[in-house]
Write a protein of this length. Structure first.
Length: 255
C-alpha cells in the first residue's frame, strides 16, 4: 500500500472497505489502525461510505460492510464462487480429521479466510474466523498461497504486507523465506507454533490451469495432532484440492 499521504481518496476508501471485511475491525480506531489513515480522514470517508450504502453504522458507532457490497459480491459469486466449490471439501476434511478446515484466498499483500468448517475435536483453532486477514506468509493457508506464486509476484505481494507483518516479529522475511522453500520442497505448507503456541496448520494451494494459486485449503489444529497425521493430512488435502480446482476449471471454461 502506498503511504497514506500519496494515496487517492478512492484508494483510501478501498482500504477502509478491505479493513472492514475483518470481523475484528469495527470501531473508528480499529479502521484507522488497520489502514494507517489518521482518525479524521478515516471518519470522513466512513461517513461518505455510510451515506452510499457501502458501510453500515450502528447505535454504538460500530461499522460494518454495507448492503451495496453484498450486491456486488452476489454478482461476482454467480460467476465462479470458489467458496461454494470448496464447501464439500471442507466438510469432508472435518469428517476425516475432526479438526477445523479453512479456505483461504489472497487479497493484495494479505490472506483472507473465506470459509470455515469448524472441527468436532474439543480444542479448536478459535482464533480464525471468516473474514480474518493476515499478511501473506502468516498462517498455513496464507503461506501456501504465497509459496506457490510466481517469484516476481511473490516478491511484490510480500512487500505489500510489510507493515502488517510487524505484528509478528518472529516471522521476519528470512524465516518466511525458509518456510516457503520447505513448503515447495515437500509439496505442502506446515505452519506450527508461530502465532499461537501448540497450534498450527497444514495447507495445500489451489492452483489454476497455469499453476498459479487462487487460494488454499488447510486444516488448523493442535500441532501435535498435525504432526501425528502429517502424511495422511497432506495426501487428503491434495486430493481435495484437485477436486476443487477441477470444478473451478470446468466453471471457468463454461462461463
Amino acid at each position: 500500500m502506498p503511504p497514506a499521504s500519496r494515496a487517492s481518496p478512492v484508494q483510501r476508501a478501498l482500504w477502509i472497505l478491505r479493513a472492514l471485511s475483518d470481523p475484528q475491525v469495527r470501531r473508528l480506531s480499529d479502521v484507522a489502525r488497520a489502514t494507517g489513515l489518521d482518525p479524521a480522514t478515516a471518519s470522513r470517508l466512513l461517513e461518505l461510505l455510510v451515506a452510499e450504502g457501502f458501510v453500515t453504522r450502528d447505535a454504538g458507532r460500530r461499522f460494518g460492510i454495507g448492503p451495496e457490497i453484498f450486491q456486488l459480491a452476489d454478482v461476482a459469486q454467480r460467476r465462479v464462487d470458489l467458496r461454494a466449490l470448496a464447501r464439500p471439501s471442507l466438510e469432508r476434511l472435518v469428517e476425516v480429521f475432526g479438526d477445523t478446515a479453512v479456505l483461504t484466498l489472497a487479497s493484495r499483500g494479505e490472506s483472507v479466510v473465506a470459509d470455515i468448517e469448524l472441527g468436532t475435536f474439543p480444542i479448536r483453532a478459535n482464533y480464525v474466523e471468516i473474514g480474518t486477514r493476515r499478511p501473506l506468509g502468516v498462517g498455513a493457508g496464507s503461506l501456501a498461497v504465497l509459496a506457490w506464486m510466481p517469484e516476481a509476484e511473490r516478491a511484490a505481494r510480500f512487500r505489500l504486507g510489510k507493515s502488517q507483518r510487524a505484528r509478528y516479529p518472529r516471522l521476519n522475511a528470512e524465516v518466511i523465506g525458509e518456510q516457503i522453500d520447505a513448503a515447495r520442497g515437500r509439496g505442502y505448507a506446515l505452519f506450527l507454533d508461530w502465532v499461537v503456541d501448540k497450534m498450527g496448520g497444514i495447507a495445500v494451494p489451489l492452483l489454476d490451469y497455469e499453476g498459479r494459486p487462487i487460494g488454499a485449503l488447510s486444516v488448523a489444529a493442535l500441532s501435535e495432532r498435525i504432526l501425528a497425521r502429517e502424511a495422511k493430512m497432506a495426501r487428503v488435502l491434495k486430493e481435495e484440492a484437485r477436486r476443487v480446482t477441477s470444478a473451478w476449471a470446468r466453471r471457468v471454461l463454461v462461463d
